[in-house]
Design a binder for this molecule. Structure first.
Ligand code: AKB
Length: 321
């Protein structure tokens, strides 16, 4: 990776990935793009930034050509709960954006990354320690998009030789940019509310186990996969990756190690509960470990400690502004 175009650069992953890539490869080498522009954002101020609607393939191609990029990291997409509320919008954005980005990669011979998700699995998938290669019949629009995306990326590799790579991300937890419209978002909200109010009302019920990962581990995984020796990759586009399998009670217990009086209550949202119930409780990341050395630094306890410290600093700054 030398010159990289990132779509959805102001989203949850992009907001941190662009900064990491600029540190690694140089600020001018990373072209951040998003459909919106926040003038005060460090992403916009500290390196090239362009407005881009990913459903506009022509503009995407022109920008990639203008900056002579050799890598495309395509992040722009709607998450699961929003996609379920607006299925057709999700299809058009998630699939239209992806095929445009793949076409640009094909025409320019660029390397390519896009995330898949645990949402690519469905109720008939084995629920525990879900294997890398298994039944994928998701029942959500987001899941349909993710499975189609995995297949499309495989197709562009086999048919056109595009160096496509991807990870099936679990819920990502970060103190920098909030996720929006996901099913796993509770695992971020719980930390904000723990600090602000000492309690949280979960929209997912007790015993709803799903995989999660702290953002620094997710960013390291993207870079490691993109830099991995291509000849070692058997599962290019959809590596299971995970750091922990947790439910709301486990998260609350970890928070109580630092905020002993923290209270967890429940008010279940049937839509997001149904999505979560259709996803695995835990997934198996053996293929990622074996093929390109995937590893994580943060378990639940370590992530919780770091999240609470960093969020307290962030929220204190917001109050003092
Ligand atoms: C979501 O909840 O939609 C995402 C995901 C697991 O893909 N965080």
């Amino acid at each position: 990776m030398k010159k990289i175009l990132v779509t959805g650069a102001l989203g949850q992953i992009g907001s941190e990935l662009v900064i990491k890539l600029r540190d690694l490869y140089g600020a001018d080498q990373i072209v951040a793009t998003d459909i919106k522009k926040h003038d005060d954002s460090v992403i916009v101020q500290a390196g090239p930034f362009e407005l881009l609607d990913v459903t506009d393939g022509k503009t995407m191609f022109e920008l990639a050509k203008k900056y002579q990029v050799d890598t495309i990291i395509h992040l722009a997409a709607l998450l699961s709960a929003t996609a379920e509320a607006k299925p057709l919008v999700a299809w058009n954005l998630n699939m239209g954006g992806l095929v445009n980005a793949l076409e640009v990669a094909r025409e320019l011979g660029s390397q390519f990354f896009t995330p898949s998700s645990i949402g690519a699995f469905g109720p008939s998938t084995p629920k525990d320690n879900t294997p890398q290669d298994t039944i994928q019949r998701p029942t959500t629009m987001y899941g349909v998009n993710k499975v189609s995306g995995e297949l499309l990326c495989d197709y562009y590799f086999h048919k056109f030789g595009v160096d496509t790579r991807g990870l099936r991300f679990p819920g990502l937890i970060s103190y920098v940019a909030a996720p929006g419209g996901g099913t796993t978002d509770y695992a971020v909200e719980i930390y904000y509310e723990a600090i602000k109010k000492g309690r949280y009302t979960s929209y997912l019920g007790k015993d709803t186990f799903m995989d999660m990962m702290y953002m620094p581990d997710a960013l390291n995984a993207i870079v490691a996969l993109m830099e991995a020796d291509a000849s070692k990759l058997k599962h290019r586009n959809a590596f299971n990756v995970t750091a922990m399998s947790v439910d709301p009670e486990a998260m609350a217990a970890a928070i109580r190690m630092h905020i002993p009086n923290f209270r967890l209550e429940y008010s279940v949202d049937p839509v997001r509960q149904a999505i979560a119930d259709s996803w695995p409780n835990s997934i198996d990341a053996t293929a990622a470990r074996e093929e390109w050395g995937f590893k994580t630094d943060y378990d639940l306890a370590r992530m919780t400690e770091d999240m609470l410290v960093k969020l307290r600093e962030k929220l204190a700054q917001t109050v003092s502004l």
